[in-house]
Ligand binder design. Structure first.
Ligand code: OGA
Ligand code: NI
Length: 190
């Protein structure tokens, strides 16, 4: 479970939050099983979604209500709970969300970037849940948050969650040495 008080405090203080074992093994395994079987699309950059393999080379699968997926709905419920409590305590006026499953194959990366889509700019918070069991240091693929005075590294271990201000925190995915899976979403102010 996401501890929303902890998330609020950390976002106010630092502009980012990370926690481990937020989602349990059962959820992680169900998610991997479901999304592994999907027809993934090569991820693009910006509003026109042009594929630029020099910047990112992951593949994604967007959540859609029409999928009527138990696992998607479970995750969206958690996202919506977080959205409501952030609105109550931080008055963020969050009124939308978008979520996709992402998969980086061996050698995958995402160069330093901010998460706003040019001409849209409606992403307020980025929330990522990692799905990689038995992830080891040598597997690479860390998320690097480029903060004012340090670079914070977050390992993409199963159940880990990271949340940060989409337009403020420059971040990147370091090259991954094996398949790396996550659920990446944004809380929006439309
Ligand atoms: C993104 C992103 C980071 C990660 O999809 O915009 O920065 O750790 N992902 O998967
Ligand atoms: Ni990003």
């Amino acid at each position: 479970m996401i501890n929303t008080n902890e998330v609020c405090d950390s976002l106010i203080k630092n502009g980012w939050y990370s926690g481990s074992n937020i989602f349990d093994r059962n959820f992680v395994q169900e998610a991997v099983k479901e999304f592994n079987s999907k027809d993934l699309k090569e991820a693009g950059i910006g509003a026109t979604a042009i594929r630029q393999e020099s910047i990112r080379n992951d593949e994604i699968y967007w959540f859609e209500p029409e999928h009527n997926s138990v696992i998607e709905n479970k995750y969206i419920e958690a996202i919506n709970r977080l959205k409501s409590s952030l609105n109550e305590s931080l008055y963020l006026g969050l009124n939308g969300h978008e979520v996709h499953y992402a998969k980086y194959e061996k050698g995958g990366f995402y160069k330093p970037h901010l998460d706003n889509v040019k001409g849209k700019n409606n992403r307020v918070l980025t929330i990522i849940t990692y799905l990689n069991e038995n992830w080891k240091k040598e597997d690479g693929g860390v998320l690097k948050l480029h903060l004012e005075n340090e670079v914070k590294e977050i390992e993409p271990k199963a159940g880990n969650v990271v949340i940060f201000l989409s337009e403020k925190v420059l971040h990147e995915v370091a090259p991954s040495n094996k398949t790396r899976q996550s659920l990446t979403g944004w809380l929006l102010h439309k």
